[in-house]
Structures are given as C-alpha cells and as structure tokens.
Ligand binder design. Structure first.
Ligand code: TNX
Length: 532
C-alpha cells in the first residue's frame, strides 16, 4: 500500500515536471515565432522601436497639396501644436519641395497629416502617441503636444530615407505604408551629455547636436559646463571665471564660453525640440578653472595656473571656507535663474584631493544650496555615500557601485562607463576617445539594460556621456556619438522584452542612409554596413 502511494506520487510529479517543461518550451518557441513575425512585419526602420506597429493594406503618398492640420484642446495647445507642425514642415519641405500648408482647428478632409491632442488617451502620458496611416492620410494623436513631437519623428522615419536630405530630391515616391502605431517610452529620462569644458563647443554646434538627437526621441541634454580645463558659463558676479577660466582648453586652444544669453538660446532651442538642458557645475574636484580665476577660492589666496592637460583628481575647493559656499550659492543662483530644468547637476566625481569626511560635508551642504533655489540635485557617484545625501538627490551612476543609493531609495540615472560612455573607443582601431573602461562596440552599447544595474523602480532612465579630453571637433564628436546614441535611445524607450540585437541591427543598417543624408559623420562599422 505504502509503496503504491509512493509510485503514484512519483508518476504525478513526473507528469507535472513534463507539463511545466513543455509549457516553458512552447512559450519560448512562441516568443521566437512572434519575433520572426514582428521582424518581418515591421518595416524595420524605426529607432527607437515602437511598442506596437501593425502594417495594413496600401499606403499614403505625400504630394504638393498635402496639408498639415492642427487642433488642441485649448487655443494655447493649438498654438503649441502649430509650432510642432512648423517643425515637421521644416523637415519635410526641403527634400520634397512641397509646401505643407498648416491649417488650424479644422477637420481634415483627406490628403493630410493631422496633429491633435483632442481625445488623446491619458494612458499615453506626456510622450506617448498613436499614429494611424491610411490611404487618405495620417492621424497623429497624443495626450500632450510633447507626444506629438515624439510622434512626428516616427513619421519622418516612415518616409523614404531621402526625406533626410536638405535639398530637393526628384523622382522619389514620398509614401508611408498604411499602419497603426501605439507607442510610449519605457523611461522618462533618455539623455546624453556633452563635456564642453575639456574642449569647448560653440552654441551652433550644440544646437546641431540637439536637433540630430531629437529625431531619436532623446529628451535630455546634460552640459558639463565646468572642469579643471575650463569654465564655460558666464557668471555675472564673477566675470573672471570666464575671462580667465574660459580662456583655454585641453591642449591649449582658445577655449570659449557661453554668455547667459547664448545659454538661454540653447535652452530655448532644446525646449522647442522637447529636450531639457541640465547644467552641471562639477565640484568639489574638477575645479581648477575656478581656482585659476578667483584668488579667494585658494588656501594661499593666490590664483592657480590654468590647466590644459587631461589628468583628473588634483583640484579641490576649500570645503571649510565660508567664502567657498558663498561663491557656490551665487553661481547656483545665477544659473538657476536662466535654467528652467528642475535639475541642477553638482558633479561630485573623482574628488581625489578632498578628504572623504570633507567631501561628505561639502556635498551635503551643496545639495541644500541647490534645493534652496528650487532644483533637484543630481550627482555622480560616490555622492550617494555621503550621510547627508538622501532620496531628494538623484544619483548619476557611472561606476557599478550604488549600494548606498539603493539603501536610501535614491532615484538613479544609469550611465555605467563600460556600457554607456560615448568617449570610449569602439575598438582599438578607431581613432578618437579613451579606453579606460574598455572598448564599446556598437553591439555592446546596445546589449544591456538599466535593470542590470539597479532595481527598476529606482531607475529614472539612462544617459550616455561624451567626455571630450581628446574629442576636439564636431566631426569627431559625431563619430563618437553616432551610431551608438541610437542604441541608447532604444534602451531608454523600448521595453527590454522587445529588444534584440539581430533585429535592431537590421533597422540600424537602414538608418545609415538617413544619417548620411542628414550629414551626420557616424562611425560606419563594417559589421553593420558591410558594403561601405
Ligand atoms: C571619468 S565619469 C570622469 C571624467 C572623465 C572621464 C573620461 C566621471 C564622472 N568622471 O572626468 O572625463 O572619466 O572618460
């Protein structure tokens, strides 16, 4: 009796195990199949990949009479959507030669692109959108105008690659496959950073980079405005910061800086593309340019010499001097007044010449100054390890260590150097950049997820920083940023479960022509662009 029961139990267990295994395998197979179906269906061009794309019969073809209709829920919204329509027109007119008359508050009657927030679903959030293309025209619907701006980037990518040219192209059929797209981002923060301190890049270069990044639905640009080699933002109370501290750069070039008016102009240009500029003043280390400009910041009351090398970790502000904090407060106050972002980045990295207890005291105090001016502080690790730093500060995580931030429930921006650093070389043969965190080929840049480094509930999103110790020109900058930024944009936008390298690679290959037509100097990786 007893052994019969045992037998039964073993048989039942076996059946259970077999059923579970079968179930798991059939699901894996189903996922594979789904993937193959998706890869075939998606016309494989859109980056970042939308959550849901369904192709239908037919296509819509633009012609000289195609109009753009706009309608918001309020007059104010209609005005904002009109600006988005003008942006779209600016991107479609040069290559097509069509006029795209903008019509406000009327119901579209076919042959049109309709941009509207009327009946836009709240579940789409600020950035989501629904895009329906029929043989009659395009309807783009969003909950907020920002979602329409993200959606028009998808429209651009659905058109033939020649659309990206800035001169008239003949003999192209400007059509979009009939389709429906439902789309919204996985993460709210999808950023990149440019270090304008090591090498200075003028206003027009930054604006060009903002416009390029906007097409991949990037929504933050962090400007690393100060470092040992340069102070790049005018502070009216301390003109020497830019007169002296802005006068050179790595290798001894002429340097430069943004006047407050220029900074505001960059902020506005970015805001018109729904990109938020986040200013950084790095401290207490990385401060030689300030120490070279203002004598009172130095223990001996004398200005330091300017620095044009690429070492890190040798400079520090005096953490026990009230004059230091008065200086910081004045700087934070002036920048906060011209920076609408709710964030202020206070640096905090590589303070190797500051004793740990001084560092802790300093970052705790500065985080309070930043908050006094209505901003949320962001800091590089190890800022999270300072006792006074709590969940009201955001950690930008560049090394793998974020235990303190986890314990304190701090939100994080993931920028792990070995995956996300745009200044790391692609491989040993590519000419610019560094390799202290390893090489980052295009595949490595794509194949990771922020949840590899932090619990999802704490992740605000990702940022890929371009440090510029040996990036000196706009061409070099673009070579480092592109095509890796496309991968980062997809990591931030598309859920992990619908991302995979082989399928992404197909879309990326096709994006090459667009980047080329636009004039982006991207790295033409032989693994992706085989014939080039
Ligand atoms: C580390 S990342 C730095 C920067 C350098 C960069 C070069 C970080 C917070 N600090 O000062 O520019 O490496 O890759």
């Amino acid at each position: 009796m007893k052994s019969k029961n045992k037998k039964h139990l073993i048989i039942t267990l076996c059946i259970l195990v077999i059923s579970i295994v079968t179930l798991v395998f059939s699901n894996i197979n189903k996922e594979d199949e789904d993937l193959a179906v998706i890869a075939e269906k998606v016309n494989n061009t859109i980056i970042p990949k939308p959550i849901n794309y369904k192709e239908a019969e037919g296509k819509f073809t633009l012609n000289k009479d195609t109009k753009i209709y706009v309608k918001g829920n309020t007059e104010e919204e209609t005005t904002e959507i009109t600006r988005i329509a003008e942006y779209l027109k600016g991107k479609l007119s040069p290559s097509t030669g069509y006029e795209f008359t903008i019509v406000k508050n009327e119901v579209p009657s076919g042959n049109s692109i309709y941009l509207t927030t009327v009946e836009g679903k709240e579940e789409l959030g600020n950035e989501g959108y629904e895009l329906t293309t029929t043989t009659d025209g395009i309807i783009l619907k969003a909950y907020k105008p920002e979602g329409l701006f993200r959606g028009i980037q998808t429209i651009r990518q659905l058109l033939p690659a020649e659309i990206a040219k800035s001169t008239l192209v003949n003999n192209v059929e400007w059509s979009i496959p009939a389709s429906t797209i439902y789309d919204k981002p996985e993460y709210a923060y999808r950023g990149f950073m440019i270090d304008v301190a090591r090498h200075f890049f003028p206003e027009d270069v930054i604006k060009q980079q903002i416009d390029y990044a906007a097409q991949y639905k990037i929504n933050r640009l962090h400007l690393h405005l100060t470092d040992d080699q340069g102070w790049r933002i005018e502070i009216k109370k301390y003109p020497d910061l830019t007169l002296i501290g802005g006068s050179t750069q790595v290798g001894g070039g002429p340097g430069g800086y943004y006047t407050q008016e220029q900074f505001k102009s960059i902020v506005q240009y970015a805001a018109d593309r729904y990109i938020e500029i986040i200013p950084e003043v790095d401290m207490p280390g990385h401060t030689n340019a300030a120490l070279a400009s203002l004598a009172f910041l130095n223990p001996d009351g004398k200005r330091k010499p300017l620095y044009t090398g690429i070492d890190v970790g040798f400079s520090t502000l005096m953490t026990d001097s009230e004059e230091t904090y008065e200086f910081i407060e004045n700087v934070v106050k002036e920048i906060s007044a011209i920076s609408p972002s709710k964030y202020f980045h206070m640096g905090g990295d590589e303070a190797d010449s500051t004793k740990k207890e001084d560092y802790d005291y300093f970052v705790g105090r500065v985080s309070k100054i930043v908050q006094k001016y209505g901003k949320t502080p962001i800091g590089w690790d190890p800022i999270d390890t300072a006792p006074e730093i709590n969940s009201s500060t955001i950690l930008q995580n560049w090394k793998a260590s974020n235990e303190a931030a986890r314990e304190k429930n701090m939100n994080m921006i993931i920028s792990i150097a070995s995956k996300a650093y745009l200044d790391m070389k692609y491989n040993s043969a590519t000419p610019y950049g560094l390799n202290w965190a390893g090489y980052i080929p295009v595949e490595t840049a794509y194949n990771w997820d922020p949840t590899d480094y932090a619990p999802k509930n704490l992740v605000l999103g990702i940022e890929s920083p371009l440090w510029t110790e040996n990036i000196a020109t706009e061409d070099e900058m673009e070579f480092m940023i592109y095509p890796r930024l496309l991968g980062y944009s997809e990591i931030g936008w598309t859920p992990k479960s619908s991302r995979n390298w082989p399928e992404y690679k197909v879309r990326l290959e096709r994006q090459g022509l667009r980047m080329e037509n636009e004039g982006i100097n991207y790295y033409k990786d032989k693994d992706i662009w085989k014939s080039k």
